[in-house]
Design a protein around this ligand. Structure first.
Ligand code: GTP
Ligand code: MG
Length: 205
């Protein structure tokens, strides 16, 4: 597993509290309750690493996890690597002020973070591309930031329904954007290996 050995570093309310902006970082973004934290746990192979919950709005901070430094080549320095669990977007019960705070911080994070190499966009396969997802994809298009979409909770659909969802999203995204898509399930373990390589690829980009 290329994402083995992840460790909790810190939880930040603002981007200036995040670890030093160097090395390479991949952020996990998506709507509230989509399954971001669960995906992070499945990918790192550590069940309790990121906190998950049935109640939307669980992740209320930007949570940073470090990975063991990546060896890029014999004569090259080691690459520091991190994964960032972002707060969910679009949860109605979060007070307006807090929602606005997170909208602003996520926006700043995406625009200002130099070490950000790519986004893993977590989308519930049953509800593909809500407004936040489209915003994120457009942002990636505009800024040429790489994005890998996990159509998660695939265990909730039949195999053929899941493939259909994948095909129709791929068709919709066929715009030459640096976006890749796959089927995923944290609970069933579907697509975990594929997603691990995709994240690793984003990091070494
Ligand atoms: P916030 O931090 O609140 O934004 O949510 P999140 O996107 O981090 O979601 P989280 O990982 O906490 O999961 C939300 C709920 O979805 C939990 O009840 C999980 O058990 C469930 N869940 C996550 N992934 C899967 C999956 O692949 N399949 C199924 N069936 N349930 C899942
Ligand atoms: Mg979460």
């Amino acid at each position: 597993n290329p994402l083995q050995g992840a460790q909790f570093v810190l939880a930040a309310h603002r981007i200036n509290q995040l670890p030093k902006d160097e090395g390479a970082e991949v952020a996990f973004a998506g709507r509230s309750n989509a399954g971001k934290s669960s995906a992070l746990n499945a990918l790192t192979g550590q069940k309790g690493l990121a906190r998950t919950s049935k109640t939307p709005g669980r992740t209320q901070q930007m949570v940073a996890f470090s990975l063991p430094p990546i060896v890029l080549g014999e004569a090259l320095p080691l690459l520091e690597a991190r994964l960032i669990d972002l707060p969910g977007y679009g949860y109605a019960k979060v007070p307006d002020a807090l929602r606005e705070h997170w909208r602003h911080e996520i926006d700043r994070y995406l625009h200002q973070r130099h070490s950000l190499r790519g986004v893993v966009l977590i989308v519930d396969i049953r509800h593909p591309l809500k407004e936040f997802d489209r915003m994120m994809l457009n942002f990636c298009l505009d800024t040429e930031l790489a994005c890998h979409v996990l159509l998660t909770k695939a265990d909730k659909l039949s195999r053929s329904q899941a493939s259909q969802a994948l095909a129709s999203l791929r068709k919709e995204l066929d715009t030459g954007a640096p976006v890749t898509v796959q089927i995923f399930s944290s609970s069933a373990g579907t697509g975990v290996e594929e997603a691990r390589s995709a994240v690793r690829q984003l990091l070494v980009g």
